[in-house]
Design a protein around this ligand. Structure first.
Ligand code: COA
Length: 269
């Protein structure tokens, strides 16, 4: 794997992220699983999901199940808690053509501030910039993906960065095909990892980066659905997601954390 030295966080976090990378290498053809750029997750619920989520959390520090019916969440969450895990529910948002239409409308209506330039991180991006993006993302409470994911060497996708006139990263957004090709969800892409440096918030930078990412995924990778998980207590992200064509689905993301491995970390906000 190229760029396999670009992992971020403290040594414990890095060790877990490396395990997630190895796990994904083993499981990437298995339609039970998906990869959200940082950890391997359950693609969708199954009868044995509690056991699998416990194992995933023990290996990686955390795990998520996508497309979980909200009405059944309480029981499954308490089963996971009984197994000693901290459990968090995120609102599961999804959009399809709605996202493409909203993204085109956004780019036709708004422009980025004049000092901002946008790049997609790839093999030619300096390690220094990748490290700065990870730091900026982390400082906004969003766990950064490793370099090989941001650079597009893993799942097909895109990771966009807005830089100011000094070349500093001030915002980022990413989207990746997260399910194996054989999955019934194969054309749904994970979209998110949005972060904007506090002094540049409210300038529609994340919105426009997110819109560009959606259009790219639709055109270049045949993405026809976009999914993300957001905390119900994150109104800014929720408002942005809705503005970009995602809506609530009746599903939730069930996340569980093994606190002996993952201390106070959370994957998203
Ligand atoms: C969420 C976040 C990325 C938004 O970044 P941003 O660049 O300030 O967002 P934008 O200026 O592009 O906002 C676009 C739209 O989102 C909504 N929005 C953004 N911030 C908002 C806020 N504080 N309150 C309400 N709505 C908000 C608005 O609808 C806004 O459009 P409008 O200005 O036309 O009304 C930023 O607040 C952030 O980094 N938060 C911490 C990390 C995080 O929560 N990431 C998301 C993980 S799921």
């Amino acid at each position: 794997m190229k760029f396999d030295d670009e992992y971020f966080g403290d040594p414990e976090r890095i060790a877990l992220a490396k395990r997630s990378a190895s796990l994904w290498k083993l499981l990437k053809e298995d339609s039970r699983f998906a990869f959200q750029g940082r950890i391997v997750v359950l693609s969708e619920p199954s009868d044995d999901m509690v056991e699998i989520m416990v194992d995933l959390a023990k290996l990686q520090g955390g795990s998520v199940c996508n497309y979980f019916p909200e009405q059944d969440a309480e029981r499954t969450m308490s089963e996971l808690e009984d197994r000693g895990l901290r459990v968090v529910e995120h609102v599961h948002l999804r959009g399809d053509q709605t996202c493409l239409d909203a993204s085109h409308a956004a780019l036709a209506t708004y422009a980025l501030p004049e000092d901002i330039s946008v790049i997609a991180i790839d093999e030619t991006t300096s390690s220094e910039l990748v490290g700065e993006v990870a730091e900026m993302s982390e400082s906004c409470g969003v766990m950064p993906a490793p370099g090989w994911v941001m650079r597009g060497n893993g799942p097909a996708g895109i990771f966009l960065v807005a830089k100011n006139a000094l070349g500093e990263p001030v915002a980022c957004a990413g989207s990746f095909m997260c399910h194996p090709k054989g999955s019934s969800r194969a054309t749904d892409a994970f979209w998110g990892m949005l972060a904007t440096r506090p002094d540049r918030r409210g300038q529609r930078i994340a919105f426009l980066l997110g819109a560009k990412a959606i259009i790219h995924m639709w055109d270049a990778h045949n993405a026809r659905g976009f999914i993300t998980g957001v905390s119900a207590q994150n109104p800014s992200s929720m408002a942005l997601c809705k503005k970009i064509g995602l809506s609530e689905t009746g599903w939730c993301y069930i996340s569980c954390i093994d606190e002996t491995l993952f201390a106070s970390a959370s994957i998203t906000k």
